[in-house]
Design a protein around this ligand. Structure first.
Ligand SMILES: [Zn+2]
Length: 368
């Protein structure tokens, strides 16, 4: 039995960490492109902290703030061109998964002319601009992964770009950027992190390191669920949840995700359900599926997550997420067909067929 775990991202955490560790940005060059959404990085203070650090270092910067939720192919090409035009030596992304994922692809496109038809080909050459990541939600884990998830209109889904070239060089974790998030965003993003931890333990690529990280991440999240639901998180809990989401990102960087994410992509693409919520709506029923096929595995994963059993997970998710959106039979069969052929499905320890996927969709999203 071998173990093989890889993580090249430096992780710096703590309130005010960007200012305290500004010198870490010096080796990356003279000019940075800062990638953000339209407003959140300005509101939560991350943009001010980054620009202050760059000014202190005497480094130049310019801002690309046009990334929207679920970034598109035109967006990443636009940002890649902006990085080239502005002579960016490196990119700093501040935000949730959307700005970080978009920035990673811009970092590739700034170094290589990739035709749109080959963007998802896996052929990315050997160079990307260095990316520094500043997560301002506690969910995606993108600050420590080699993945960028981009909306792929040709395939009508979200498609993963994966290459070690886009592992961020540094992740700065400062919990103060999270404190102004809306109640729903906080819940949805934390549930994404929980899904990463649990799916990571149910991946064929799970190993002793990823399982240890996943167990820590899930326990932190499970122990905060009550306060998360009430909206009464303390500063320490915000810091804990941000740390947990990074741990869960470290899990999936090595394990990948499974059928839950594959199913969730259609809910986001066609129904505009946020990524974390989409996973959360399906995760409770999926863990029951695992229980039915492999009860010992299910019990081990639940215990590692700090749960009594799979029922407790289902109850916690239902009370955080409220009433699920409803799917029609036609939608269920369309989304199941798409999910069944993804690499994520083959990545699960427990095999699942298209009809198994349909059952999970139906049981999760057709209740009255
Ligand atoms: Zn995810």
């Amino acid at each position: 039995m071998y173990n093989n775990y890889f993580m090249p991202t430096r992780i710096i955490s703590g309130s005010g960490c960007i200012g305290a560790f500004a010198a870490e940005l010096m080796p990356f060059g003279k000019t940075a492109m800062l990638v953000t959404g339209a407003a959140s990085a300005k509101k939560n203070g991350s943009l001010d902290d980054i620009t202050a650090a760059l000014k202190k270092n005497g480094q130049n910067f310019f801002i690309y703030d046009k990334v929207k939720s679920n970034p598109t192919v035109p967006c990443v090409y636009d940002g890649g061109a902006a990085a080239k035009r502005g002579g960016a030596d490196f990119i700093i992304a501040a935000g949730g998964g959307s700005p970080m994922d978009a920035a990673k692809v811009m970092a590739l496109l700034a170094c290589r002319d990739i035709p749109e038809s080959e963007l998802f080909s896996g052929n990315y050459g050997n160079r990307a601009l260095p990316v520094i990541a500043v997560p301002t939600t506690a969910g995606t884990g993108s600050e420590v992964t080699q993945y960028a998830i981009i909306t792929n209109d040709n395939a009508e889904t979200k498609t993963i770009i994966a290459t070690p070239l886009i592992f961020p060089k540094i992740a700065f974790l400062d919990e103060k950027y999270l404190t102004g998030l809306s109640h729903d965003t906080m819940i949805n993003t934390v549930i994404d992190a929980l899904s990463h931890a649990i799916e990571g333990m149910l991946s064929v690529r799970a190993g002793v390191v990823s399982d240890t990280l996943a167990s820590s991440a899930a326990k932190i999240i499970i122990s905060s669920c009550g306060d998360l639901e009430k909206g009464s998180l303390t500063k320490e809990q915000y810091a804990g949840l941000l740390y947990a989401s990074t741990l869960a990102g470290m899990v999936i960087s090595n394990t990948g995700t499974t059928v839950v994410h594959a199913m969730g992509y259609s809910l986001t693409y066609y129904k505009d359900i946020s990524h974390g919520r989409a996973n959360g709506l399906l995760l409770g029923r999926y863990i029951e599926y695992v229980r039915d096929k492999a009860p010992a595995l299910c019990a081990r994963v639940c215990a590692a997550a700090g749960l009594k059993d799979e029922k407790e997970l289902k109850i916690k998710l239902a009370s955080l997420l409220g009433k699920p959106e409803q799917l029609t039979d036609a939608e269920i069969s369309h989304y199941s067909e798409k999910a069944a052929v993804t690499a994520n499905v083959k990545n699960g320890i427990i095999p699942i067929s298209q009809s198994g996927i349909e059952t999970i969709f139906r049981d999760s999203m057709t209740q009255t």
